[in-house]
Design a protein around this ligand. Sequence first.
Ligand code: HBI
Ligand code: FE
Length: 290
Amino acid sequence: METHTDINQFPREVREIMADDYTIPQGWEGYSDEEHQTWDTLYERQVKLLPGKAEQSFLDGLKALDLGRGGIPNFETMSDELESLTGWRVVAVPGLVPDEVFFDHLANRRFPAGNFIRRADQLDYLQEPDVFHDVFGHVPMLTNPVFADYMQAYGKGGLRSLDSGCLKNLAALYWYTVEFGLVQTDDGLRIYGAGIVSSASESVFSLKDPSPHRLKFDLERVMRTDYRIDDFQQTYFVIDSYEDLFHATVDTDFGPIYDRLQGVDDKYPVDTILAEAEVVHRGSQDYARK
Ligand code: HBI
Ligand code: FE
């Protein structure tokens, strides 16, 4: 999801209220009843589906931040609570922001969230991350201290990737962890990726469907993997713990990996299983062939 954003993609009214870091006021008072209702509809649908599927820190985070109190959350109130837990805040942005701006926010423990919500007649349709995806999907995991540190480390690694030409590799890492990650727990496989927990269909598909591969996470391999943004994933990567994920990235600060990836621009196709892979589930890939 490498983004080529240009300030002129936003309408003049937005540019006029936008700060240098692309943040805008959330405008919470301006949401209509219908928009709050859309949040409630999506919230209730996901909350029914996720017990036994989402990893416990996600479910705890929803509760800690009281995201089900009704209506679109107010970023200020939510951020005060989140900041007291892990030092993160949520800031409003009008849509996708340039990569360096995005990374800089994360590196400073600010999560940029779209302030708009999808239309009521397009509950499953998303062209750009809206407030439901960004807040429901991403923010609960930021209450987990280790995951919160990983997100900041990712932002710092992202800023460095811009100099080493490894942006595509960093984007793949985000995709297969923050957006579409699975985690092995004592109770079985669970979801922690925001793109999955915020999707009714993929929260079932990612865990239960025989079609996709589920492979143990391997940092360098993931960073060399292609990904698809238009349909369910063909491969999910499974971490053992957030500590492992954090250490895999932070212990090396990406340095040696960036060195090795310099000039490697061929990517593994989305359904590759390497000989050395630790396979949790070998997918039939039936869905992808449909
Ligand atoms: N901007 N608002 C927003 N949300 C994102 O998830 C986002 C972005 N800009 C860039 C970006 N993601 C990706 O290119 C990075 O994850 C690599
Ligand atoms: Fe996202």
